[in-house]
Design a protein around this ligand. Structure first.
Ligand code: NAD
Length: 343
């Protein structure tokens, strides 16, 4: 296949709006074409199709029925992945699913089974695996430079802007699904192992007071099968005066060394204007001379390359399933105030 004709399902912020990561990446790369767009909001699908020179479909079913579409990106809200992913797999389309794969273990299992049955590629967009500093940390671990990894601290927090202003459906998800899913996948990938047991706490209050019924933050302890441990922190209540929307820190201590990553406050660029100071994003989604760069685009391009060359993507439905298992176990641990084993 020379060119992968992509269908974008979900033309909101990340797919085609403020981030437009999917639309801009397909439209700007060799080997892919943004062929069509579908959204429950037909006007939004049409506007995005016009903007990117694609076709708008009246429904997801119509897009999936088009034999000219080779693969789809599912960029609907976290709670609206399941049915779209199942329909895409049954329609025989290769699938790039936004994270999380789905919000229940049963739904993930059904989606993975449907993709296997249809023989389509299924990748979950855990793009931190393409982050330059995290990749160099992963490589150092693989090359034995710090010995066996023993304990990890990973923080992925957002300004309160995200649940209160950016995401209209924040009350239907949690910071654990929204960014914790990235954190859990990244730590699994860094350690190279699966999680055996979790223990976690979460607290509600600040966001509830603003009418958004979702926890303010989670602190989760993960035990891996190897005995390695990780502490993961995900908060949605950072003050809006922070210089970045996200705060990402990672520390990995091994038998023979340690690695420290600061992806968000690294100060590669400090910008001070008359009124504000900020550290603009240079890793995730910078646009350079109008071209979409950064690791959020790299993971999308990896999916397209895999479909074009008939390769299995580096991140599969299994990874999505395992992350959902960990998140569901964390929720159970919070409910029961007990450690929870993962089968
Ligand atoms: N990889 C990342 O770092 C990253 C960043 C932001 C968002 N995301 C993920 O992308 C997804 C979308 O997030 P967003 O911020 O763009 O949300 P959004 O609300 O801005 O956009 C979602 C779009 O999906 C449409 N939609 C809803 N239900 C649908 C359905 N059943 N069928 C078709 N269209 C439907 C909505 O009308 C909307 O246009 C979420 O899963 C989110 O977690 C990933």
């Amino acid at each position: 296949m020379n060119t992968v004709r992509m269908g974008l399902i979900g033309a909101g912020g990340w797919g085609a709006g403020w981030g437009a990561m999917h639309a801009r990446t397909y439209a700007g790369m060799t080997g892919a074409e943004l062929h069509g767009v579908a959204d429950v909001d037909a006007g939004r699908a049409q506007a995005m199709a016009d903007k990117f020179g694609a076709r708008a479909y009246a429904s997801t079913a119509a897009l999936l029925a088009d034999p000219e579409i080779d693969a789809v990106a599912v960029v609907t809200p976290d709670f609206a992945h399941d049915e779209v992913l199942l329909a895409a797999a049954r329609a025989g389309k290769h699938i790039l699913a936004e994270k999380p794969l789905a919000m229940t273990v049963e739904a993930c299992e059904r989606i993975v089974a449907a993709a296997e049955e249809s023989g389509v590629a299924l990748m979950v967009d855990f793009h931190a695996r393409w982050s330059p500093p995290l990749y160099k940390a992963w490589e150092a671990i693989r090359e034995g430079e710090i010995g066996a990894p023993r304990h990890v601290y990973y923080r992925l927090n957002d300004r309160i802007f995200v649940p209160t202003e950016m995401l209209p459906w924040a009350g239907k998800t949690t910071v654990l699904w929204f960014v914790g899913s990235h954190a859990i996948d990244t730590v699994r990938w860094l350690i190279g192992d699966d999680v055996a047991r979790v223990y976690a706490v979460a607290r509600k209050g600040l966001l509830q007071g603003r009418g958004i019924d979702t926890p303010d933050y989670y602190q989760s302890m993960l035990e891996f099968r190897s005995g390695a441990t990780a502490v993961i922190e995900n908060s949605w209540i950072l003050p809006n005066s922070m210089p970045n929307i996200v705060d990402v820190k990672c520390e990995i201590v091994g038998d023979d060394g340690a690695l420290y990553v600061d992806q968000s406050h690294n100060r590669a660029l400090e910008k001070y204007t008359g009124t504000t100071g900020s550290y603009p994003d240079v890793f995730v989604m910078p646009s350079i001379y109008g071209a979409q760069c950064g690791f959020a685009a790299d993971s999308i391009r990896h999916f397209v390359d895999c479909v074009r060359e008939g390769r299995t993507p580096m991140i599969t439905g299994y990874d999505g399933l395992m992350v959902t298992k960990v998140i569901c176990a964390i929720e159970e641990s919070i409910r029961t105030k007990q450690p929870v084993d993962i089968a």
